[in-house]
Ligand binder design. Structure first.
Ligand code: MRU
Length: 339
């Protein structure tokens, strides 16, 4: 069933408008703001999430920090305050820093322009538009991974909700479905925050793609039963050697694929490649509050004094990744993104 449309975020009349993803799929609530601090909070709370969308939101937020700008000196203080605040929101997705640094470089070269807010905003719009183009190209490039009409397993959420456009891994799945190359999708529920159950299922239903949601621990037996032809996920940060950080549980999937001889692919825009790090060892992994495990969605499941280990991401070593699909091409192991 195709349902009415939705959007993850847009910029209109000097306000950033975003869909609060913590309320999906039961409620579709849009929030409008011109306050960069509200956007920073939205990123921290995962109201706005997914590596490319975090970058886009941060770019608009940094531009908005100078919406009421007065003069050059005050701007320097306000701008660096906003930059630091936004940079502290989430550490793993490199798209955040990529977008903030692009806005910063425009600020540094054009801070004396007549309307610096409009200048920064134009750059944020460009970052957003480029992501829309990247998503489309990732979908088209990804068609080459299908050898036949396939059953696909995916993890976390990589669609319209996670990006400015049609998604990364989700764009490959959707384009493949439209071309008759995707038969069925298995969406990992993606504990502990259930991005698969709450968000990917929402997007699959909207796209009319047949799917089942499964608990993360089901993947191995599904593969053993020959129900999965390939696995594709997104990434939050990719090192020069192809090691890729993505939602916790992605590494387990890559190992399972290796064991069952199933191809494991990553799809991500080039803005997710961190050209300053050689390997995944240098990727900073975010740890989440233990409340998200002990008290999911406000339901107390275990006492607050329990210690909890809750990394939000893991790093899949590049030798387990059959191919990395970007807007430029599909790259195959051994990876060298320096070239
Ligand atoms: O913590 P989240 O929900 O922001 O994590 C998102 C993911 O891990 C996605 O798989 C990743 O950002 C790829 S986005 C297209």
């Amino acid at each position: 069933m195709k349902k009415t449309d939705y959007f993850s975020a847009k910029f209109e009349n000097d306000e950033f408008i975003f869909l609060d993803q913590t309320k999906l799929p039961l409620e579709e609530v849009y929030v409008r703001t011109d306050d960069y601090e509200r956007i920073a909070i939205a990123i921290e709370r995962l109201e706005v999430r997914g590596a490319p969308l975090i970058g886009i939101a941060a770019a608009y937020a940094l531009a908005l920090s100078l919406k009421k700008s007065l003069n050059g000196n005050n701007n320097d203080v306000a701008f660096s305050h906003a930059y630091d605040r936004l940079a502290r929101t989430r550490p793993t997705a490199v798209n955040l820093f990529f977008a903030l640094d692009l806005i910063k470089s425009v600020y540094e070269t054009q801070k004396n322009s007549d309307n610096i807010y409009q200048t920064l905003l134009a750059k944020a719009v460009q970052i957003h538009n480029e992501d829309i183009q990247h998503c489309k190209k990732i979908g088209d490039n990804g068609l080459r991974i299908f050898q036949k009409k396939s059953n696909v397993l995916t993890h976390c959420n990589t669609g319209k909700l996670a990006t400015g456009g049609a998604g990364t891994a989700f764009s490959v799945i959707q384009t493949g479905f439209e071309k008759g190359l995707v038969n069925y999708v298995y969406a990992d529920e993606t504990r502990p925050l259930f991005q698969g159950l709450r968000l990917t299922a929402f997007e699959l239903e909207h796209s009319g793609i047949p799917f089942s949601v499964l608990s993360d621990s089901m993947a191995a037996s599904l593969m053993k039963d020959h129900k999965v032809d390939l696995v594709i996920t997104g990434a939050d940060r990719i090192a020069l050697n192809g090691d890729a950080a993505n939602k916790i549980g992605t590494y387990s999937l890559a190992i399972l694929c290796n064991y069952h001889d199933i191809p494991f692919y990553i799809a991500a825009p080039s803005t997710s490649i961190d050209r300053s790090i050689l390997t995944g060892e240098d990727i900073k992994i975010e740890f989440r509050d233990k409340k998200e495990i002990l008290n999911p969605s406000g339901h107390q499941l275990a006492p607050d004094h329990y210690d909890v280990y809750s990394p939000a991401f893991d790093v899949t070593p590049s030798h387990l990744i059959k191919g990395i699909i970007t807007e430029e091409d599909i790259f195959f192991f051994p990876y060298n993104f320096l070239k």
